[in-house]
Structure formats: C-alpha cells, structure tokens
Design a protein. Structure first.
Length: 559
C-alpha cells in the first residue's frame, strides 16, 4: 500500500478475488487518501483504469485475480497497449499454499495442469514482473509504475505468487528496498534543434502543408500549441481516429478525421498535400484507407514525422525527416521560426475550397421511419447542444462512425473514444471514469444497444460511486455495422427488443425513451441541468433512442 502511495497512485479499480481479496484490509486504512472503486466485472474495472490513465497521464491501477485479470480484464489492458495509455495491472497466480504444481482449481502458475498468467500478460504489456517474495513485490510494483509512464506509455503488470500476499515483510540482509521516487525520476528527451529547424524550413517552403495529428497530440498543452501554429501558418490539420477533436473542427484550418470512416474533406486534402507533417500519429493503415496511394505517396510528397518514440518514424511509410521528441516540445520550438506565414491566406483559401467541395460538416439528406430517429438526428442534436463543459465518450459501431465522420467538435479534448482495440462495451465504463477524473464536467456517453448490453452493470458502479453521467443508447435492435456489411440474407445480427430505460430505472438511474429528435435534445438538456446543479448527488440518466434499423454507416463512409 505504501508503495502505491509513493508512486502517487490515488485510485484503483477492482473486482477482487483470492489474493487481491487479502489486500483489501490495507486499503481500508488509507481510504481518505486512496479511492478503491468496486466494479461489477473485470472488464469494466480494466476499462475504467485504462481511461483514468488516458485522461490523467498517470497510471490507472487495475486489480483482479489472475484468471480473470488476464481474460475478461484483457479488454482494458489491450486497449491501453494499443492506445498508449499508462496502466498498472496488479494480479496474482491464483494458487494455494503448496499446491501450485497440482493443477489446483484456478491456478495460473504455468505448471502442468495450470494456465500461465505471466505468459498471457506479457503478450499485452510493456513489462510484466513476477514476485515470489514480499520484497520483490515492492520492487516489482515500482518497476511497473516506471515502465507504464515512460514513452511510449502503456500497461505494465505485476504478478504476485499468491501465498506471499499474506506474509509479513521479513528483514532483508542482502536486498535493500528504497523509496519509489528515485526509480520514477526521468528527464524527457528534448528534440534536436537542427532537426526542428529543418522541419520549419520544409513547412515554410510548402504550398499545401497538411499536419496529421494523432494520439501524441492529445494533451492540453499540445492541443493549444497546434491550434496556434495552424492559425498562424494556414497549415491544414487532419487527424487520425485517435486524434479526433485535437483542434476546433470548425476552425478555418481544420479538415476533419482521416480514413474510410472519416471525412472525405480530410482524405482529399491529404491527397493534395505537398508536405505531410505527421505529429504523434502512427500513419496506421486503418485510418489511411489501408495504404491508399491516393492519400499518401512518398514518391510525390515530402513526409516529416514527429514522435516521442523513434521506432514510430518510418514505421509505415519512409520519411524524409524524423524528429524525435514530444509533439508539444516540437511545436513550441517551431513557434520561433518562419513557417511560411506569407502563404497563410492562400493556404486557407485552398482548405476552404476543399471543405466546400467535399461537404465537410454537411450531413446527408436522410430520413428515419415513423417513430424512429436516424444517426444523423443524433449528430444534429449533439452539434447543437454540446458545450465546452461537456465531454463525449463513444463506443463501437455505426453510432461512432456517424460522429467521427460528421460531427465537428468545437472544444479540443472533449472527445474520449476507444482508439486501441475499439471494442463494443467500452464507452459506458469509459464515461464513468471520465466523470471520476472530471467531476465538474457533464459526461455524455453515446453507445449502441449491442455495446451497452455488454457492460450494463457499469450503471450500478455509477450509482454506487456517485458518478452521474448521461447515456444515449442508439437502439437499432441489432449489430448495425455488421448488417450493413452483409449480403441480403441476414443472420446472427438482429437482437430481440430491450427497454434500456426500464432496465436503468431498475438499477437506480433515470430512464427515458425517445422517438423524436426534439425529445432527445430535451432529455439531454434536462439530464445535464440536474447533474450540473446537483453534482454527485444527481442520478445517471439513460436515454433509450429508437433508431431506424435501416440507417447505415455506408452513407457517410468514404469508400
């Protein structure tokens, strides 16, 4: 417990079992300084820990018994690994004193007849330590925090041999334990000034520079610096999926999110760029239409890449210039250089013409059937109602695609989206964690009926932990995105009807069903008003929205 506090942890998320259960007494003693959040499943606890790390930049702690931390809990761990979120997993081998080699029920020691929690966790973490003595548990936890926080951030794990959890710390004659601070200190690597000067010259010479901003630009400092640089130079800003909302998307320099499920304006603007500046983005094939040569072509475009990890530059495409360093540091250094400001007006005119031609922010003319809404209706309501005080978490499926491709976010940093494995069910526990991190803000979760059914019990956590949020369920009674990609014969994609508003009321929340766009706007406004007025005393609200099952993501996808 002392080591957790030394590592500046103040929250942990858990569904305890076996060895983790044996630790709980120690948390009681520090409950005023350390908040232990009880979830109803390891999946929910792991997502909350991952989002806590994503939003704070400090490791979220996930605690669960070995077989479940490494299976159902893998959901949040994998998201952390793919999305670069700092996270510490604290688990055990789930074995009983002296019986680890006998194939005992639940055992994860790696012996014959058992599974191997260490091997499983090593496939999805930056670091996995294994402690067989109490002093190793202290040092292993210090190392887990160290690895989780260093670039590129991600999940780290400590596996405890279960029987040691009940042991007292013995006096050590050969192994000394030290305070955690000295293990966690580091000085960030600074960008090379000559390389930044070269990048500045490339930007100054470009007629149509496009900055591709990704997850590495999603800090408050970097978002502010990027917006200022783009406004000063007229460079276009397109984002990866993980970078969605990094700048005000109504600004003159914004062109939207890239990819098959992004905005045509972003894709076409990137295609016409003579210089591509990749800022904390991987250039992953998924958001570049799977290496569509019409978007990026090193034979006709100059490419410069800025990343905190030198392994990422030149990973997917060869680059002319690689600058190693934090994106914010590079932007701050660029501010002292001439970046071709004389071309600003011409650059902005090109962006305006591109956005007009490709309808950036213009929703297609679609209608829902009687007594139902279309995804476009949800986008219109969010566009009208979102304020700087709101945060928006997304899930997977058609509802997410309509938002990422069509909703222009005005407040940088207000979007929280699953950018790692991107699995269904993530959005609801993510919203709970967002409210915990930002108690003064109103958190809206947009999620489909398939996704919310997977993590419904997160509502109980919201009630118990006093985390009031607003949940919009886009209920199209099935797996809409899968339906869209099928041929005419449908199988295994349609759900039986569920009334999520009634379920929510049974879990202690407010529940509302709506079938008109004006009703949706009123329901969101009422929920927000009660939450901002009553704070943590307010109840979560679930708004079950009847969505036309024929509404398709293909309407806004850039195929």
């Amino acid at each position: 417990m002392n080591t957790l506090l030394e590592c500046r942890a103040d929250h942990a998320f858990t569904l305890p079992g076996l060895g983790i259960t044996w630790m709980l007494d120690e948390f009681f003693e520090v409950r005023e300084r350390f908040r232990l959040v009880l979830a109803r499943s390891e999946q929910i606890a792991s997502v909350m820990a991952q989002v806590y790390g994503k939003l704070t930049g400090r490791p979220g702690v996930f605690m669960a018994q070995g077989p479940f931390a490494s299976t159902t809990g893998a959901f949040g761990i994998l998201e952390a690994q793919f999305a670069g979120s700092p996270m510490v997993v604290l688990t055990d081998t789930s074995c009983y004193d002296g019986f680890g080699m006998y194939g005992v029920y639940q055992t994860m020691t790696g012996d014959y007849g058992a599974a191997d929690v260490r091997t499983v966790l090593r496939t999805m973490t930056k670091y996995t330590g294994y402690a067989t003595e109490p002093h190793e548990a202290v040092y292993g936890l210090q190392m887990a925090f160290k690895h989780a926080q260093l670039p590129r951030m991600g999940p780290a794990a400590l596996v405890l041999k279960t029987p040691i959890i009940r042991r007292e710390m013995p006096d050590q004659k050969r192994v000394n334990l030290y305070g955690s601070e000295g293990y966690l200190r580091h000085t960030p690597a600074r960008p090379d000034a000559a390389a930044v000067g070269q990048l500045a010259a490339m930007i100054a010479q470009a007629e149509t520079p496009v900055i591709v901003a990704g997850q590495g630009a999603q800090t408050s400092r970097t978002r502010e610096l990027l917006g200022a640089l783009a406004a000063r130079t007229g460079a276009a800003v397109a984002t990866s999926y993980n970078g969605k909302g990094v700048v005000d998307e109504t600004a003159a320099y914004a062109v939207g999110m890239l990819g098959t499920w992004g905005a045509r304006s972003a894709n076409r603007m990137l295609a016409r760029a003579d210089l591509v500046v990749v800022l904390g983005a991987s250039l992953g094939a998924d958001y570049l239409r799977f290496r569509d040569e019409g978007l990026i072509d090193p034979a006709r475009q100059r490419i410069a890449q800025v990343d905190v990890d030198p392994r990422h530059a030149g990973w997917v495409y060869p680059v002319e210039l690689a600058v190693t360093g934090d994106a914010g540091d590079v932007l701050a250094m660029l501010a002292a250089h001439d970046l071709g400001e004389a071309r600003r007006d011409a650059r902005l005119a090109t962006i305006a013409a591109n956005n007009l031609e490709h309808g950036f922010g213009v929703l297609p003319a679609v209608l829902a059937g009687p007594g139902m809404l279309h995804f476009a209706d949800i986008v219109r309501v969010l566009d009208r109602l979102l304020t700087p005080q709101d945060m928006l978490t997304l899930d997977a499926g058609n509802n997410r695609i309509w938002v990422t491709s069509s909703l222009r976010l005005r407040t940088p940093g207000q979007l929280v989206a699953p950018g790692g494995i991107g699995g269904m069910g993530w959005g609801l526990p993510a919203a709970a964690a967002a409210r915990l991190v930002h108690p003064g803000r109103h958190v809206i979760c947009l999620i489909g009926d398939g996704g919310i059914a997977m993590t419904l019990s997160a509502l109980a956590t919201c009630v118990q932990e006093r985390l009031p949020i607003t949940v919009i369920v886009a209920n199209n009674q099935g797996l809409g995105m899968v339906r869209d990609n099928m041929k005419e014969r449908r199988i295994a994609v349609d759900f039986s009807p569920m009334d999520f508003a009634a379920i929510a009321r049974g879990m202690g929340c407010n529940g509302v069903r709506v079938d008109r766009a004006d009703m949706l706007g009123d329901a969101i406004a009422q929920s927000r008003e009660s939450i901002l007025r009553d704070g943590d005393a307010a109840l979560p609200t679930v708004i079950d929205v009847a969505i036309d099952p024929s509404a398709s993501h293909l309407t806004v996808s850039d195929y």
